[in-house]
Design a protein around this ligand. Sequence first.
Ligand code: C2E
Ligand code: CA
Ligand code: CA
Ligand code: CA
Length: 281
Amino acid sequence: AKAQGGAGHQMFTVEMREHAVRRIHLEQDLRRAAVQDELRVLYQPIMALATGQTVGFEALVRWQHPVHGLLYPADFIDLAEETGLILEVDRWVLREACKQLQRWEKLLPGAPSFNLSVNFSGRHFSAPDVYASLSGVLNETSFAPHALKLEITEGVLLQHSHTIGETLGRIRELGVQLSIDDFGTGYSSLGYLQSYPVDTLKIDRSFIDRMLQSEESGELVRTIITMAKNLKLRVVAEGIEEPAQLEQLRTLNCDYVQGYLISPPLEPAAVPDYLRRDFPL
Ligand code: C2E
Ligand code: CA
Ligand code: CA
Ligand code: CA
């Protein structure tokens, strides 16, 4: 070892190496996971506030790791983003969820129809073939494009501004809807919302959390809903945990709600029972 680096420098390198080695293992694991059925999808119901009807589900990925146990997106999505594996993970989730929703639509009494919300990383929009891979999965599964909502974050609207409009436009022409996730936490302006083919705003959970305690958050939620109505956009409030939040959102005429109060994300096997129960509103 070089003397001039000193002990501190050496330790730093060793730690960096260990970190890098752990990362490489997890990355290799993730490559394998997508192939070996270790990924799973949970489904969180989205409810129409006016009718209490379940109108759709948000697909949320989990990774059942053979050694580390059940991993949440917070444990591996960053890694998947950095390595580009997220493209494969998202496509896998999309394909799986498209098939699952159609199974429910066929098997459940009354042949209900549901919307599917899928989280789509911003990475797709700098990848060459987001349109082709999306229409590929839709064709392969024969899922109705108009029943699909892609949840993207505000940041996507700001990246590659010269091509993003065109890409989103082509996706919208397929019939697929676009939803802005975590709305209120980013930098999008009214202008952005008007210049892109957005259908839905999803108010970030942090504002719902505080809407009854903080006047500012309450005012922000009210403003977002009013603005969305004026722009003819649908609004979803996520992270509803308390009846009082639901009541306030009803007063504000919010379109859709999602959160533990209504239902946590469900294993697919639990969904038919959930749909049979009456939600006490
Ligand atoms: P998100 O899209 O904002 O999803 C909502 C998160 O809040 C989910 O966490 C959900 O389980 C949780 N949640 C739902 N209702 C409540 C509630 O009432 N209270 C609280 N405290 N939490 C609630 P999850 O499943 O851990 O996902 C975290 C994030 O990981 C998601 O945030 C999304 O950004 C990302 N993610 C999840 N699945 C995928 C995926 O398939 N692809 C991509 N690219 N990202 C994903
Ligand atoms: Ca989401
Ligand atoms: Ca969100
Ligand atoms: Ca998020």
